[in-house]
Design a protein around this ligand. Structure first.
Ligand SMILES: O=C(O)C(=O)C[C@H](O)C(=O)CO
Ligand code: ZN
Length: 304
């Protein structure tokens, strides 16, 4: 076993103590406390990045997890290279197996791979999603080719009920096209693991693809006090970046993000970005309801 605990800003070493000798999977677990708008107002760039940004999600044969204190959302990444990687429980959960009281969603952002769920094989190609219901015990991640490994971006939330495990490809999702090239926000929203497609307890995940020439996501911006959200940016071309906006609509901050990085959005915060090129991102949410459209929109000219 190799477990690394990051106890930087937002965590206390005692809280993340993790000494489960039964584990075999190499993993990193970081905790991020919930921050209030008042606290965030006083953060400098480094503090803001430390509290909300996750810079590294993929490392060969290793699982990177972040546990946020917003709705106990867990997000991370796994990239099997030398061999399969087993999803083992983490001490933090106080559960005998990972999905004892949780559900799990994932989208593959790498090469072809598959996930074994209690002996059943689910093949996942690039941009395909898988939902795994509460109670599944043995979960193993595989890549088809070590030279182009699968990269499973993972999101997990507490769950009270078991809903069926199901793979969802882009064509099985609900597709919505929004924005226009004239306003630099022409994009395709692929709702994959959402309640119009399948049943979940509280997890919702999907993927938004910006059209060439468009750079703005989620503009007009919104908040949803009933749900938190995590954005994971990918397909950001070499040498390009995405500037992610967060904060209350009248008190915004920005975080510069690189390819394959994730950012936490508190329920009280806008979450929107502008890239120096087009790009794709995965959104994942949890909280009070499963209504994707339950958003409080902000007037563009009211943003500060
Ligand atoms: O580009 C967008 O607009 C989005 O993708 C919005 C996200 O899906 C979202 O924030 C859902 O609450
Ligand atoms: Zn949102």
């Amino acid at each position: 076993m190799s477990t690394t605990i990051d106890s930087k800003y937002g965590s206390s070493p005692a809280e993340v103590k993790h000494a489960d000798t039964a584990q075999h999977t190499s993993l990193t677990l970081v905790s991020r406390y919930a921050s209030s708008p008042t606290e965030v107002k006083h953060m400098d760039t480094a503090q803001l990045r430390q509290a909300f940004l996750m810079e590294k999600l993929f490392e060969a044969d290793h699982i990177h997890w972040t546990h946020t204190h917003y709705d106990r959302y867990l997000f991370g990444g796994v990239m099997p290279v030398k061999g399969p990687v087993v999803l083992e429980t983490i001490d933090l959960l106080k559960a005998s197996y990972f999905l004892e009281r949780r559900e799990l969603g994932m989208i593959n952002v790498g090469g072809d791979g598959w996930v074994e769920v209690d002996g059943v094989k689910y093949e996942l190609a690039f941009k395909e999603a898988l939902y795994i219901g509460k109670g599944s015990k043995d979960i193993v991640f595989h890549s088809k080719h070590a030279q182009s490994p699968a990269k499973f971006y993972l999101n997990s939330t507490p769950a009270h009920h078991t809903y069926p495990t199901r793979k969802v490809s882009k064509k099985e999702g609900e597709v919505v096209t929004l924005g226009a090239l004239e306003t630099s926000n022409h994009r395709t929203i692929n709702k994959l693991l959402v309640n119009s497609v399948l049943e979940t307890c509280q997890l919702q995940m999907g993927m938004t693809e910006l059209q060439p020439g468009s750079v703005w996501n989620t503009m007009p911006a919104h908040t949803h006090d009933r749900r938190m959200e995590v954005y994971f940016y990918f397909e950001v071309p070499e040498g390009q970046s995405v500037c992610h906006f967060m904060g209350q609509p009248h008190e915004t901050r920005h975080i510069w993000m690189q390819n394959e990085q994730a950012v936490i959005s508190p329920p009280w915060s806008v979450h929107s970005g502008a890239g120096t090129s087009n790009y794709t991102f995965i959104w994942g949410m949890a909280g009070e309801n499963l209504d994707y459209g339950d958003m409080d929109h902000c007037k563009i000219t009211d943003l500060r």
